[in-house]
Design a protein around this ligand. Sequence first.
Ligand SMILES: NC(=O)c1ccc[n+]([C@@H]2O[C@H](COP(=O)([O-])OP(=O)(O)OC[C@H]3O[C@@H](n4cnc5c(N)ncnc54)[C@H](O)[C@@H]3O)[C@@H](O)[C@H]2O)c1
Ligand SMILES: O=C(O)C(=O)C[C@]1(C(=O)O)C=C[C@@H](O)C=C1
Length: 290
Amino acid sequence: MIRKLCIIGVGLIGGSAARRARRFCEEIVGIDADPENLRRAETLGVIDQGCASLERGVAAADFVLIATPVGAIEPLFRALAPLWRPDCIYTDVGSTKGNVVEAALRVFGIVPPNFIPGHPIAGAERSGVEAADARLFEGKRVILTPLPESAPDALARVEAFWMHLGARVERMDVGHHDEVLAATSHLPHVLAFTLARMLGRKDEQAEIFRYAAGGFRDFTRIASSDPKMWLDICRANRGPLLELLGEYETALREVAGLVRSDDADGLYACFSEARAAREKFLKSTENNHA
Ligand SMILES: NC(=O)c1ccc[n+]([C@@H]2O[C@H](COP(=O)([O-])OP(=O)(O)OC[C@H]3O[C@@H](n4cnc5c(N)ncnc54)[C@H](O)[C@@H]3O)[C@@H](O)[C@H]2O)c1
Ligand SMILES: O=C(O)C(=O)C[C@]1(C(=O)O)C=C[C@@H](O)C=C1
């Protein structure tokens, strides 16, 4: 049971956590940089109360969930530093973890033992509190990246928090997290944004979107995601992302070579390998949900 949960950033992720956390929190207070979003969160009953002041919002909270874009976390740590209490648990949901840990080190000198970095591997292309969904984390993975200095009781409480939201919690090393998520999430978003932008420019002249159907829709769904959120993620994880963009360039050139030389066997082998890789992914997600 949490007495007072304070959520900083009551958007898709913070709002979804709030909606489900109702069941085991006596009070949920929200803080948001956007007063209009905070008012909507109150009106929708996602939070009990919106708080314009960080100081009042975190006062007497026993659990603080930071759910802002990752670029906002360092300034937030600075604002929270004088208010930081040893009897409260702090965690975040940022899509990148290395920059969050580095920000904590710069602000506090150490990663506070009662701050456990986290990342729910669940989301959507929509943002804002209206998109919040109590079932968003059901059956989904949450990765926690604790450090040697993390307090075991804080880690246990953050694990229990996510399990109560229906998620399956795993632990991972910070660097490994950022490499893996660069491949499975950050690279696909950059590719979808790039394709949607490129074809959007063509559409100006040729109205090609009139003829776009499922293929384009499926490939580019995530290009509807919030540009500000993805700007922050790309900047925070630029090393692993650049490495993968380089690999993708090479792979794309290889396919272009196969098309150019009309290499039917090569193309067939390439598409078959890709299909098998995706089938394997689909099977593994089926097993995960079993
Ligand atoms: N959207 C996803 O699919 C997804 C999935 C997993 C993790 N995440 C991570 O979760 C975090 C939130 O993403 P989201 O999709 O909920 O975004 P969102 O835009 O829906 O919500 C973020 C909220 O934070 C508020 N905010 C911004 N700066 C703030 C500040 N300094 N102080 C207080 N509030 C502030 C915004 O006004 C907004 O309401 C991001 O770090 C993102 O990387 C997103
Ligand atoms: O499903 C989506 O729309 C998402 O973008 C979710 C998604 C992902 O890439 O899988 C996006 C960012 C996260 O940090 C975690 C999950």
